[in-house]
Design a protein around this ligand. Structure first.
Ligand SMILES: CC(C)(COP(=O)(O)OP(=O)(O)OC[C@H]1O[C@@H](n2cnc3c(N)ncnc32)[C@H](O)[C@@H]1OP(=O)(O)O)[C@@H](O)C(=O)NCCC(=O)NCCS
Length: 174
């Protein structure tokens, strides 16, 4: 049976959309471990030295310590870890009131691992985490409209953004 909400974007996996086989194979967690990439929302095991190669193009990026704090302080955060190198190679986070709304501020896959469905996998897992909330919003560049369209959004809207560039690297007093 194929569940309607199957989050697995890995069409190459022999267990793709066969969630019962997937759950049995992966001892109950249902996350595909066929490759060296694992996905987890357990942030407690993540350390600063596992976080590098993110915030590409940011003039004043958050440090790994601030990045870790962002993950820890989020409503939900999910990371993709390449177990062969013990590094986080992708992450997504959501901030939320926990009742009605969630906002997904950050989704990034390190350049060496882009194009391998990791971003899609992270987003699908996060949408599943937020499935009981009414509003789940992402603000993104125009060029990413086709990317997010694949996840069947219920609508697209203009957004207005406010940025304090002096604080781009994040608060250090939290
Ligand atoms: C956008 C991003 C998260 C996608 O992650 P990824 O793991 O590389 O993407 P996937 O392998 O899941 O891509 C799936 C599909 O999206 C397409 N895609 C990926 N990045 C895209 C981009 N920047 N623009 C348009 N399409 C893109 C891929 O070509 C692929 O298309 P296909 O289904 O036709 O083969 C990643 O490229 C990234 O980190 N970019 C820099 C940071 C960023 O822009 N984050 C989004 C902030 S809102």
């Amino acid at each position: 049976m194929i569940p309607q909400n199957c989050p697995c974007p890995n069409a190459d996996c022999p267990r793709h959309r066969d969630c019962n086989a997937c759950l049995a194979h992966h001892e109950g967690n249902g996350y595909c471990k066929r490759s060296s990439i694992i996905y987890t929302k357990e942030i407690s095991g993540i350390t600063e030295d596992m976080l590098s190669g993110f915030f590409v193009g940011w003039p004043n990026p958050p440090s790994p310590a601030v990045h870790l704090k962002i993950l820890q302080n989020s409503y939900r955060a999910i990371v993709a870890i390449d177990t062969e190198i013990n590094k986080v190679v992708g992450f997504i986070n959501a901030v939320s009131d926990g009742v009605l709304t969630a906002y997904i501020p950050l989704l990034e896959v390190v350049e060496s691992h882009q194009g391998k469905r990791i971003g899609s996998w992270l987003l699908r897992l996060m949408l599943k985490e937020c499935k009981d909330l009414y509003m789940v919003d992402i603000c993104h560049d125009e060029k990413l409209v086709p990317y997010y369209a694949k996840f069947e959004p219920t609508g697209q809207s203009h957004s207005t953004i406010f940025r304090n560039y002096d604080a781009q690297s994040g608060r250090m007093d939290v």
